[in-house]
Design a protein around this ligand. Sequence first.
Ligand code: C5P
Length: 223
Amino acid sequence: MHVLIPAAGSGSRMKAGRNKLLIELEGESLIFWTIKSVLSASLVSWVGIIGQPNDKQELLKSVKNFSNKIKWINGGDTRQKSVFNGLNSLPSTAEKVLIHDGARCLIGPDLINKCATELEQNDAVILATKVTDTIKIVDNRGYIKETPNRQNLWAAQTPQGFLVKRLRKAHEMAIEKNWTVTDDASLFEMLNWQVKIIEGNSANIKITSPLDLKIAKLFLKDF
Ligand code: C5P
């Protein structure tokens, strides 16, 4: 299985003044922990890391233990563009791909393998968890407009897995139609293509804020 790891964000919400994936926890960078986990999934055979050219040296240095197992890909100025660059850098033999955010360093190899296995039966799969909070849709002035039924609400995570041909087509359609999305499954939904949900776990957080770092530190102790 081929895996693309978008790692080209600026990390502005982390306020670290640099790519948040270079922040160290337990002596290694966040991107180190993500790649370590991805490479330890038995079904993974190829990993591409998508980063900003400015970060290339530092990112690759922090994952130098795995340097012979990963390929560097230049990212774009949005996650969507970064993933598209990644798709265009896959070997031509790649039929399926998992996209996994570099910022989700607490993913376990079992869930990566589960996504890869489910992709045998489906064109598109994503890891997600049932929402436990009651979610409000709020207007621009800060007043609640609506409360959707929690029964049907899931929080999307990564990995998200796809047939490469389909995902590339979806990204090309997005460019043509000027669609902007924050995950790849959204493109499938916009095209009315089915996406299967795989239940993940809530430890697979996306490291976004300084508080997330404290949580990640606790979980990493168990790795
Ligand atoms: O910004 P957000 O945390 O949602 O980004 C999710 C993932 O996408 C992160 O791992 C980040 O590094 C990556 N990303 C990217 N290219 C961008 C913006 C974000 O690869 N231009």
